[in-house]
Design a protein around this ligand. Structure first.
Ligand SMILES: Nc1nc2c(ncn2[C@@H]2O[C@H](COP(=O)(O)OP(=O)(O)OP(=O)(O)O)[C@@H](O)[C@H]2O)c(=O)[nH]1
Ligand SMILES: [Zn+2]
Length: 227
């Protein structure tokens, strides 16, 4: 594990050049004014109101704990990735073995929540990068996906956020991510098309420039995509 000053500088200049803010989750300025416990208290009451409005009897044994369960689930689980304190610490290592080919971490499970309907998005993310001097622990890629998934999301933004974070951590633009996911707002309600899924991609650096690299990546993850 290391903090290479040259890499730090390249990360900083990368951030200045590329982090435009457009891919940021739209948050209010006072998003973290309330503590988690205060948020849970409020949401518990809000969920209670929704259920009462729907006519549910909250004295029923099975329903009594629902407002509390939902409030805790929102704050501590499915939307926990809104809090910057929960951004995973991604340790990097020297690429001592000089591995110069792409590394692919595929079939990373994605559980997210569609911000339009607050229904689940379930799928797989596939990540590739080419080391520019440092390598990242494999599990950190899964952790980065999980962090950005635990927010109200649209798939396109989540895809870009994952790539930007890995570019920052690795100090290289040569990062790619493809996400294939089912949106329950499409599958279980509305148009109710249970079979459709959504594929998004974000290619940085050499992946954007070199078709052969994109093709190699897609071959590794077995997706046939036309360019
Ligand atoms: N681009 C994008 N759209 C999404 C995502 N998740 C859900 N949507 C879409 O957001 C749209 C919201 O459209 P609206 O017309 O406001 O909502 P709606 O009346 O519930 O639409 P229907 O789902 O068609 O019934 C829907 O078409 C959803 O399929 C996403 O991750 N990315
Ligand atoms: Zn939706």
């Amino acid at each position: 594990m290391k903090t290479d000053p040259a890499l730090e500088t390249s990360r900083e200049s990368f951030m200045e050049d590329h982090f435009t803010g457009k891919e940021e989750t739209p948050l209010r300025e006072d998003a973290f004014r309330l503590s988690d416990e205060e948020k849970i208290d409020r949401i518990r009451q809000n969920v209670r109101d929704i259920l009462l409005t729907l006519g549910m009897d909250l004295n029923d044994d099975s329903l009594r704990g629902t407002p509390d369960r939902v409030a805790k689930m929102y704050v501590k689980e499915i939307f926990a990735g809104l809090h910057p304190d929960r951004r995973p610490k991604s340790s990097t290592f020297d690429n001592k073995y000089k591995y110069g080919e792409m590394l692919v971490e595929k079939n990373i499970t994605v559980y997210s929540t569609c911000e339009h309907h607050l229904l689940p998005i379930v799928g797989k993310a596939h990540i590739a990068y080419i080391s520019g001097g440092s390598v990242v622990g494999l599990s950190k890629m899964n952790r980065i996906v999980d962090y950005y998934a635990r927010r109200p999301q649209v798939q396109e933004r989540m895809n870009i956020q994952i790539v930007r974070e890995l570019q920052r951590v690795l100090g290289t633009e040569d990062v790619a991510c493809v996400i294939d996911a089912k949106h329950l707002c499409v599958n279980s309600r509305g148009i109710r098309d249970v079979d459709s899924s959504t594929v998004t991609s974000e290619y940085g650096g050499r992946f954007k420039e070199e078709e052969s690299l994109r093709r190699e990546f897609l071959e590794y993850i077995n997706l046939d995509t036309e360019f």
